[in-house]
Design a protein around this ligand. Structure first.
Ligand SMILES: Cc1ncc(COP(=O)(O)O)c(C=O)c1O
Length: 357
């Protein structure tokens, strides 16, 4: 048991590391797992001790409510290693808070901050050698919680598991992406769960994304469920557009995830004196700006890809290309954020969090 943490953490170290089997010079995103996982059970109305143990399958009752009613929420974070070998997280308390916002919406129990943070830091210290040091690579961290309690009654479960698994990962996308603006399907609706990181939101995205891929696009740009006129998100990322030198992003709502990368970009843009508008914007506005040459950039923002520049978009059977820019906002924000994440620059905002020995 750890003595430094505020909660009981039991650690069983793996005797058969698979670290040597992974090619760290050629890391896909999210494919490999590390040697250990963290598991914590909620039962009898409270969270039990945290266990860090060798990576292994999880056995569930066939009536576990995750299978039937989809009570499942997750987070996506990264751990970075700097040149000295120190480990860093980026705004981890935002993820911890968001997990509980998501959990509340799905009638799941809140996880106390110490379970999340102390458990995560203990796990990362154990998996230190798994954190890549090469530029663009990091340890992707996936905290998740789901209903393990059983029963076919359509009601919240009485037992849950909180788990953290990690994956040494390279870049999410290899270059710019071409996207399709969605005219029919919606990923979220007013009063729904779009603002939560609920597993079902992603399942609902797969089919429309598959249709877009068949038409030669890599991702879907989600529009509002009511009119399909307003631009809301880019795949599993928040969206930004640059018209002339103004940066525009949709406000968060019931339908839009409050992204950590998004809010960091808004703060960085303000700090750099870039005029930023957080407001709704329409497809018509994009098409007009594309026609008169004022549409300079569109990019997605999220933990996995950091910033994903868009090369062009399709809408109603027509393709619109974006210009190639030197010194784009996308490149500038990506550099500013990753320099903070990898401890290459001063952190004026206090976003970096050191995982101490
Ligand atoms: C739907 C959706 N929007 C936006 C984001 C970006 O959020 P963040 O920057 O916190 O990773 C994500 C990824 O987590 C997402 O799944």
């Amino acid at each position: 048991m750890s003595t430094k943490t505020r909660i009981p953490i039991h650690v069983k170290v793996s005797t058969q590391s698979i670290l040597h089997k992974v090619d760290f010079n050629n890391l896909p995103f999210g494919k490999h797992h590390t040697d250990h996982i963290l598991v914590c059970e909620y039962k009898d109305g409270q969270w039990q001790d945290v266990h860090i143990k060798p990576y292994q399958d999880i056995t569930l009752d066939p009536a576990a409510k995750i299978f039937h009613y989809g009570q499942s929420v997750f987070e996506g974070m990264k751990a970075y290693k700097d040149k000295k070998g120190d480990i860093w997280l980026f705004r981890p308390f935002e993820n911890q808070k968001r997990l509980n916002i998501s959990a509340e919406r799905l009638a799941m129990p809140a996880l106390p901050q110490a379970y999340f943070m102390d458990g995560l830091c203990e796990l990362l210290k154990l998996e230190k050698d798994w954190i890549p040091q090469t530029d663009g690579s990091s340890l992707y961290v996936r905290p998740f919680m789901f209903a393990s309690g059983a029963g076919f009654h359509a009601s919240p479960a009485d037992k849950y598991l909180f788990v953290i698994a990690c994956s040494p990962s390279g870049p999410y996308f290899s270059g710019k992406i071409k996207v399709l603006i969605e005219e029919k399907y919606a990923r979220a609706a007013n009063g729904g769960v779009g603002f939560a990181k609920a597993g079902g939101n992603y399942a609902a995205q797969f089919f429309p994304t598959h249709l877009a891929k068949e038409r030669g696009y890599e991702q879907v740009i989600w529009t509002d469920d009511n009119t399909h006129q307003y631009i809301e998100e880019a795949g599993a990322m928040n969206i930004f557009v640059r018209i002339n030198d103004t940066l525009i992003t949709s406000p968060t709502s019931d339908r839009i995830l409050d992204g950590v990368t998004r809010k960091s970009i808004i703060d960085l843009a303000k700090y750099k004196g870039i005029h930023t508008e957080v407001r709704r914007f329409t497809i018509d506005e994009l098409i007009k700006a594309s026609a008169n040459g004022s549409l300079k950039e569109i990019f997605g923002a999220g933990t996995a890809a950091v910033i994903s520049p868009i090369s062009g978009f399709g809408y109603k059977g027509k393709d619109y290309a974006l210009p190639e820019l030197e010194n784009s906002y996308a490149d500038r924000f990506k550099k500013m954020i990753t320099d903070i994440q990898y401890n290459r620059t001063e952190d004026k905002f206090g976003w970096r969090y050191k995982v101490t020995e």
